[in-house]
Design a protein around this ligand. Structure first.
Ligand code: ATP
Length: 648
């Protein structure tokens, strides 16, 4: 029983040694996780499962971790499951003999294809028992399915799905269907999976061929030592995953050499996207100057396009990745074909950070993000491209076999300037100004806005100026023009539910319940209701989209007040960027509850919809901590304002 505190991987292993891990072992674990909401308990349960795998069938650790993350390969390879619901319904109907009408009506009632699949199977009598599924066999088949293309692909996929579904017993059907649909729906975030791996490797450390006492190594450690080792292991795993998010490389190293070998063996590599450095919002030049007091810094225009992490590998492969490590290479054949014109003669391999921006050739000016988003997302043909882009280069993270992330920005920038040539309308260095004068920063900000940018990015140059992978760092501050009229930044929220429209809006949703995400508790905390900023078309599109994501009730990890219960609850499926006038303490909303006030959350006043954030995953929406910080910085500004007034 993996939920028990004194779980022992060998004594409690649910299968025999050297046997492939049964899929049931994993689905039982997922079932246990579905029933609890405390994050630490979830991590403990999952780590117990991983420990068993490490001991008994280490080869199954990789597919196990992938299945928990609901992935079949690293994100940047771009293989996804997300099989259409109609195909999954067909699989259930054809294997259980139930009618489509019955199955559809059950799905409507429960809102969960997984549960319906499990129930449909449990009522079915089978003549013979097919071979049990194993973690490896399921993972391999899922991967094959996601790789299938070409003629009659749906039929072929259906065949494979059915062959697995027939062999499912109990909760296996539930999780298999959910994996195929692309969502496990148990609130198991990536960070928890990595932490569970850290805990497992501390309790039951690989490498294998262990003497039995090593299994109890953790038991012999003092509490303090244990905590230190656990924190250390988790940090190494998480950091490595940010620098080189490829489990196909990470897990074998953990198993063969141990966690401590990761930093040496798994480094930034061209071809593998790293998680980008992010910026902190600020509310004005004043705040920037006081934060960077005594430090050298530079201001750069903040371009409103799409982040482009451009990689050139030693063997000449070029890849372009998004902010989210999605592979955008086939979206930008134009950038790729022109790369030689900017790359200096000595450059053999590199990783560059840049922003791809829509460019109006006729009027020679930057165009807004909305224009860029009309470009074809995949497999673009250069001849058909209508929206031209200019790449604004702002950082260099790797050059000719050497990682530069630990070097200060002034050196990285120098290398960027020396090794890349500016080509008009194609590759330009981000416009920058090194100054510490308040008036100059202010003027530069105004200029950037006139130049169709969002504002400035202000970056430290020498001290505290390394590239902080995956971090929202204090070394980068963003200064958006929005600060002039309200909160210092826009906010990215998750849509939890919809309120049915009335009057003119009958037939669509008229409003939505929004939430921020708290990665510590893995909860979605309500932050406001929104009904403004939508065109009629927007409402129609949102309604069609969210009707595909209705669930029968709120998830255990949604935090909200009864008084704001929406007409329909949604699974977390989309991130919206919104703007608001200010943030205030709220007795009903739950955002950042306990951070700013023990009983009150924070809500947004006068929220307006701006756009869908296709480039952000749900877990990358604005966090509870960030909401608290925005609230504090606003309070600070108000206080500063009032002190000034007092002085006057
Ligand atoms: P988040 O809201 O999570 O911080 P975001 O995607 O909304 O992220 P911002 O924080 O507003 O983005 O700004 C950071 C983004 O600005 C970068 O991801 C990059 O795409 C873009 N950008 C434009 N110009 C620059 C620049 N000169 N330096 C760094 N980033 C820039």
């Amino acid at each position: 029983d993996p939920t028990k505190k004194n779980y022992h991987p060998i004594r409690d292993a649910f299968w025999n040694h050297n046997q492939p891990t049964p899929y049931r072992a994993l689905t039982k674990t997922l079932l246990c996780i579905e029933e609890v909401s405390a994050r630490l308990k979830i991590i403990e349960i999952l780590s117990n499962y991983f420990r068993s795998v490490i001991v008994v069938s280490p080869k199954d650790l990789l597919p196990s971790v992938y299945l928990c993350l609901n992935k079949v390969c690293p994100d940047y390879i771009g293989l996804e499951l997300g099989i259409a619901e109609t195909t999954l319904l067909k699989a259930i109907v054809q294997t259980t003999g139930r009618s489509m009408a019955q199955v559809k009506s059950d799905v409507k009632k429960t809102g969960d294809l997984g549960i319906v699949a499990e129930k449909s199977k449990s009522n079915q009598k089978t003549m013979f028992k097919p071979a049990r599924l194993t973690v490896k066999s399921v993972f391999d088949k899922l991967k094959e399915i996601s790789e299938m293309t070409g003629h009659a692909v749906t039929v072929k996929k259906l065949d494979k799905i059915q062959s697995m579904f027939i062999a499912c017993q109990d909760s296996e059907a539930r999780f298999l269907m959910r994996s195929l649909a692309g969502k496990l729906r148990i609130g198991l975030a990536e960070q928890s999976v990595l932490q569970a791996l850290g805990l497992a490797c501390t309790m039951t450390p690989p490498p294998q061929n262990f003497p039995p006492e090593i299994l109890n190594a953790a038991k012999k450690m003092s509490e303090e030592k244990f905590k230190k080792t656990y924190d250390g292991n988790t940090l190494i795993i998480k950091t490595t995953y940010c620098e080189s998010p490829n489990l196909d490389i990470i897990i074998p190293i953990i198993l063969e050499v141990g966690v401590s070998a990761l930093p040496e063996n798994c480094k930034l590599t061209p071809g593998i996207p790293l998680k980008p450095m992010l910026a902190h919002p600020t509310k004005g030049v004043h705040e920037v100057l006081s934060r960077f007091d005594g430090l050298k810094f530079t201001c750069e225009w903040k371009y409103d396009g799409e982040r482009a992490q451009i990689h050139l590998t030693e063997d000449g492969n070029i890849c372009i990745y998004s902010r989210n490590q999605e592979n955008n290479t086939s979206k930008y054949p134009d950038i790729i074909n022109r790369l030689d014109s900017t790359k200096g003669p000595n450059v053999k391999s590199f990783v560059m950070d840049s922003e791809a921006v829509a460019w109006d050739r006729e009027n020679k000016k930057i165009m807004p993000f909305q224009i860029l988003s009309t470009r074809k997302r995949k497999n673009a043909n250069e001849a058909d491209i209508k929206v031209q882009v200019c790449v604004y280069m702002f950082d260099l993270l790797y050059l000719n076999g050497e990682s530069l992330v630990k070097r200060p920005f002034c050196e990285r920038r120098q290398l960027l300037r020396e090794n890349f040539i500016e080509v008009e309308e194609q590759f330009l260095l981000a416009t920058s100004l090194d100054t510490t004068k308040m008036e100059e920063v202010q003027d530069f900000l105004e200029e950037s806005i006139k130049g169709n940018c969002e504002g400035l990015m202000v970056k430290t140059l020498e001290e505290e100026a390394t590239y902080e992978i995956a971090k929202r760092s204090r070394n980068w501050l963003k200064l958006k023009k929005d600060y002039l009229d309200g909160v210092g930044d826009t906010i990215d929220v998750v849509v939890l539910g919809g309120y049915l429209g009335r009057g003119k809006r009958t037939g669509t949703y008229g409003g939505f319940l929004l939430a921020c995400y708290d990665p510590d508790s893995e909860e979605y905390q309500s932050i406001c209701k929104i009904g403004t900023g939508f065109s009629d078309e927007d409402l129609q599109t949102h309604t069609e989209f969210f009707q595909q994501h209705i669930i029968d009730g709120p998830k255990s990890y949604y935090r909200y007040d009864q008084s704001h219960e929406p007409d329909h609850w949604f699974e977390t499926a989309q991130v919206w960027e919104i703007k608001c006038a200010d943030l205030s303490l709220s007795p009903v909303h739950r955002a950042a509850l306990g951070i700013v006030d023990p009983e009150k959350g924070i809500s947004l006043r006068f929220p307006r919809f701006l756009r869908i954030r296709e480039d952000k995953s749900i877990e990358q929406s604005t966090s509870a901590q960030q909401i608290a910080e925005l609230y504090y910085s606003q309070v600070q500004i108000i206080n500063q304002g009032s002190t000034n007034t007092n002085r006057e």
